[in-house]
Design a protein around this ligand. Sequence first.
Ligand SMILES: [Zn+2]
Length: 484
Amino acid sequence: MNKFYFTNAIAYANAGPHMGHALELVQGDCLTRYARSQGKDVQFLIGMDEHGTKMHKKAQERGISPQELADENAQLFRDIAKTLGLAHDIFIRTTDDLHKRGARKLWKMIDEAGKFYEKEYEGLYCSGCEAFLLEKDLIESLCPHHKSPPEELKEKNIFFKLSDYGDEIRRLVESDELLILPSSRKKEFLSFLREGLKDVSFSRPKSVLPWGIEVPSHEDQVMYVWCDALSNYLTALGYADDDPKVAYFWPADVHLIGKDIVRFHAAYWPAMLMAARLPLPKAIYVHGFVTSNGHKMSKSLGNVVSPNELLKDYGQDALRYYLLREIPSDDDGDFSYDRFEILYKDELQNTIGNLIRRVLSMNKKYLNGVALKGEDFDEAIDMAWGEYHEKMQNFQIRQALESMIELAREGNSYVEINKPWLLAKKEDKKRLEEVLGSLISVCRAIGEMLRPVIPLAAEKILNQVASEEIILGDPLFPPLLERE
Ligand SMILES: [Zn+2]
């Protein structure tokens, strides 16, 4: 099968994009661009999760409708997708009619399988988490994530028989039939499973929460926001209308998500699909969080870094490179302006930019800009590609880029060792052609490896070292703005 269906988690629409969103968007874009370069037929989904209590409350506070709030924030996400240079295929919103009809259809399938039942429920609900919490989850009577007391709720809900699926999910995850990367997250999830899966409330009374998708044949209930949101991966393909895209692209090859929502994607979602007799996703990639100077970003600490400001001041290449090269794709990472500048200067300007510039100008000067071929680097390039592919396929973007930057460093030392300017002086034309030709091959490989990472700069590199004629353009990585 050549198809590759890759989804990002859809963003909750109660606020605009922050650094964590930028990270996930760029990771997804990089991995799908890479898959396309390998000849895959890619569908890359991003989008918005727009229902639920938090949306309802936030809109009330602002005195606007939840739909207006959703529209406003969806636009901010569309904007950042553009400035980050994303090449997504789908932008799904859970208030889209296509999604709502699809979510209701999936609900009916689960209902027909007998996996829903009604129950009076009494429990502690955290609207920050959009989840019921157990007494043992609380720390000093507060939600450990939101540091706020959960509400006591008593209401009639429709429950999903999640408990029926614990053993099967464990088998799937242990055997990697449902692959969870990195393995540390798989272990964590398996230990969560050992506590046993309990049935979960999948609806809320409309009287309490008017903002959601109505449950089929229980019009007084709306769907639990996670049931609604998870369905998007399927509904976006046109599940409501039996679009042929569903048969072709489903199941998803990769769901890319943050570490705080693993249980929803690895337990709830596969269970829902099994209940509806639908094929299961193949892999879940879990990324970490971005801290700021070693601390969690928070308004009260005043250390929130805005991706939009970085994009405005430094452009997409600089921010994309930082997020993919500095933050481990499979773990937490840190943002600091110091590291941002160091990485930009050391790797983009002084290693890659410098190599490309030197090679192109020497080529222009000594060989009239005709790009020749040389073989000195063939082995090193093959090796770098081997490592690069292996890492990219294992959700280790940062390590894949290590092979790329290593190759660029080798290119720079090769210039120092072979001194093309002396070869030109000695009129050793044969050796000069071979040396510069070999360097051109290195530059081309670097351009190709950078293509999924910083597509704008990569395109410039590849155009400049095109086989016909060398072009000397503006600097690839201009000096950074001085910061006040
Ligand atoms: Zn909470």
